[in-house]
Design a protein around this ligand. Structure first.
Ligand SMILES: CC(C)(COP(=O)(O)OP(=O)(O)OC[C@H]1O[C@@H](n2cnc3c(N)ncnc32)[C@H](O)[C@@H]1OP(=O)(O)O)[C@@H](O)C(=O)NCCC(=O)NCCS
Length: 218
C-alpha cells in the first residue's frame, strides 16, 4: 500500500510480518546482537524492506546503518526513510536527483495513549482534530497527526541536522484527498534562496494502519 503515497521516482517496500531467513550484514548484526527480540525483528525486516526498495532503483544490497541521531545512512546520491510499528515495517528510497528528502512513518490506527495528545499538538491542532473526528469518526485522526509529525521530522532532519519539536510545526490534515501540510513554526532550511515554509505530505489508512510520507522534489 505504501506506493499509494509515494511520488514517482521513489521506491518503497513493506512487510506485514517478519519473514524468516532475512540475512543481515555483519555490521548490522552487531548493532542488534544484544537487542530485545522485538527490536531485532523490526530492524531485520526493515533492512529487508530497505534492500528491496534499493533493488527497485537498481542499487545493490548494502548495510543500512544508523548515522547522526539514528537517521539511516543511504548510499551516496540517495535519500530514504524507514519505519516500523506493530504489524508493519517499510522503507522508501529515491535518487537525490529526484527527491530532496523523504520521511516515512507508520502507526496503528488506534487512539494515542492517554496523555500524549496535549504533548504533541497545539490547541489549534486539537480543535481541527475534533472537527475531523466529528465528521469522520472511523479514523484515529490524533494518531494520524502524530504520524505526520514523525514523518516530517524524518524528512527535516537529513536536510538540517537539527531537532524539530512537536510544537515547531502546525499540521493540517485534508481528509478528502489524503494529503497533509506541516507548516513550520521555526525557520526552515533555505531552499532555492527562500526558507522552506511547509512540508507537504500524503497519508493513507488501511488494514488497521496509518502510513504517512513527506517528500520534497529535488
Ligand atoms: C526518531 C523518531 C521520529 C522515530 O519515529 P518512531 O515512530 O519512534 O519509530 P519508527 O519505527 O517509525 O522509525 C524508526 C526509524 O526512524 C529512523 N530515524 C531515527 N532517527 C532518525 C532521524 N533523526 N532522522 C531520520 N530518520 C530517523 C530510523 O531509520 C529508525 O529505524 P531503525 O532504527 O531501524 O533504522 C521518533 O522516535 C522521534 O524521536 N520523534 C521526535 C521528533 C519528532 O517527531 N518531532 C516532530 C516534529 S513536527
Amino acid at each position: 500500500m505504501i506506493e499509494q503515497i509515494l511520488p514517482p521516482g521513489a521506491a518503497g517496500a513493506e512487510a506485514f510480518a517478519d519473514p524468516p531467513g532475512v540475512v543481515l550484514f555483519p555490521e548490522e548484526q552487531a548493532l542488534v546482537a544484544r537487542a530485545a527480540a522485538k527490536r531485532r525483528q523490526e530492524f531485520t525486516t526493515a533492512r529487508d524492506c530497505a534492500r528491496r526498495a534499493l533493488a527497485a532503483l537498481g542499487v545493490a544490497a548494502v548495510p543500512v546503518l544508523p548515522g547522526e541521531r539514528g537517521a539511516p545512512r543511504w548510499p551516496a546520491g540517495l535519500v530514504g526513510s524507514i519505519t516500523h510499528c506493530s504489524g508493519y515495517r517499510a522503507a522508501a528510497v529515491a535518487r537525490a536527483s529526484q527527491l530532496l528528502t523523504l520521511g516515512l512513518d507508520a502507526e496503528p490506527d488506534a487512539a494515542l495513549p492517554e496523555g500524549v495528545l496535549p504533548r504533541v499538538t497545539s490547541p489549534a491542532e486539537r480543535a481541527r482534530l475534533r472537527a475531523l473526528a466529528a465528521a469522520a469518526p472511523g479514523t484515529s485522526w490524533d494518531r494520524l497527526l502524530f504520524s505526520a509529525k514523525e514523518a516530517t521530522y524524518k524528512a527535516w532532519f537529513p536536510l538540517t541536522g537539527r531537532w524539530l519539536g512537536f510544537e515547531d510545526a502546525d499540521v493540517t490534515i485534508s481528509p478528502a484527498d489524503g494529503t497533509f501540510r506541516a507548516r513550520l513554526l521555526v525557520p526552515g532550511p533555505v531552499l532555492g534562496g527562500a526558507p522552506l515554509a511547509a512540508f507537504p505530505g500524503r497519508w493513507l489508512a488501511a488494514d488497521g494502519l496509518l502510513v504517512t510520507a513527506v517528500t520534497l522534489p529535488a
